[in-house]
Design a protein around this ligand. Structure first.
Ligand code: CP
Ligand code: NVA
Length: 308
């Protein structure tokens, strides 16, 4: 297995499934009130270049659940690549802690951290992808349907970092993946090429459709995210003009399979990409999905540190 968790595309479907199985097991133990101190005395450094609620709290709690500890390093503290080179930051931190989690703007920065640190590095979101989110998404889908194989997962909106990781985990684990969104906001072609190779191995399909209603017909999972990601704030007005046809509202959800679930990585912009009636309605799994970050990440850390 890889030293670092930078992308789900770096892992085989068997490795991903094993991490998900461990997440299910750890969640079961936690629910029964019996966390195992598997990572006693292990510490994680959490480097954030951007704000966070879920990633920060779930990683911190994940470490506590397994008997370890976490240090939060705020955007103003490290000055990654500004106050100090990434190579130097990586080598210094690696002498203090056992694992690094980093949320960065430029994907290349988390890749460089992993290259220079001789301890595992976990990508807590970059401009390219969000692999920990995808693991929690897959866990949530598994809990609802028992498998990803043969399911239709539709991502609506910006072909962004969350879409990339979702597409990769779906095609790795045999779910069909569709993206529907406006022109000029497609998923990166290089990420699509990777997904096509995974899909041909797992037997799943990848589709693209500009019509959101046609795209969600027969969908088992409807997934959306913000129209404007962190770092794109100056484009917000322009984006608000083109994305409204891709809002996840009751009409759209009623077009999908009657048992379809709705996912969103959060934070949600209610009234924009998702309406209140959907976010708080019977198809929504938004909060179990957010809570699954804790269990999915616990499994990632335990696997990377080889302490299972
Ligand atoms: N979904 C997610 O990563 O949320 P945060 O930005 O709050 O960490
Ligand atoms: N696409 C969003 C996800 C936030 C968790 C962003 O990058 O801001």
């Amino acid at each position: 297995m890889k030293k670092d968790f930078i992308a789900v595309s770096d892992f085989s479907s068997t490795e991903l499934q094993e991490m998900l199985d461990l997440a299910i097991q750890l969640k079961k133990e936690w629910k029964a009130g019996g966390n195992r101190p598997i990572l006693h005395n292990k510490t994680m450094a959490m480097i954030f270049q951007k704000p966070s609620l879920r990633t920060r709290v779930s990683f911190d709690m994940a470490m506590r659940h397994v008997g370890g500890d976490a240090l939060y390093l705020s955007p103003s503290e490290i000055g990654l690549g500004k106050r100090e080179s990434i190579a130097d930051v990586a080598r210094v931190i690696a002498g203090y802690v056992d694992v690094i989690m980093a949320r960065v703007f430029d994907h290349e920065h988390v890749v460089q951290l992993a290259q220079w640190a001789d301890i595992p590095v976990i990508n807590g979101l970059s401009d390219y992808n969000h692999p920990c989110q995808a693991m929690a998404d897959a866990l949530t889908i598994l809990e609802n349907f028992g498998t990803l194989k043969g399911l239709n997962v539709v991502f609506i909106g910006d072909g962004n970092n969350v879409a990339v990781s979702l597409m990769h985990i779906c095609t790795k684990l045999g779910a069909n993946f569709t993206h529907t969104g406006p022109e000029d906001y497609d998923i990166l072609p290089s990420a699509i090429d990777l997904a096509k190779s995974f899909a041909s191995e797992s037997g799943s399909q990848i589709k693209f459709n500009r019509d959101p209603y046609a795209a969600v017909k027969d969908a088992h999972v409807i997934y959306t995210d913000t129209w404007t990601s962190m770092g794109q704030e100056e484009e917000a007005k322009k984006r608000e003009a083109v994305f409204p046809p891709y809002q996840v509202n009751e009409n759209l959800v009623n077009t999908a399979d009657k048992d379809a679930i709705v996912l969103h990585c959060l934070p949600a912009h209610r009234g924009q990409e998702i309406t209140d009636d959907v976010a708080d309605g019977p198809h929504s799994r938004l909060f179990p999905q957010a809570h699954n970050r804790l269990h999915a990440q616990k499994a990632i850390i335990v696997k990377l540190l080889g302490k299972e």
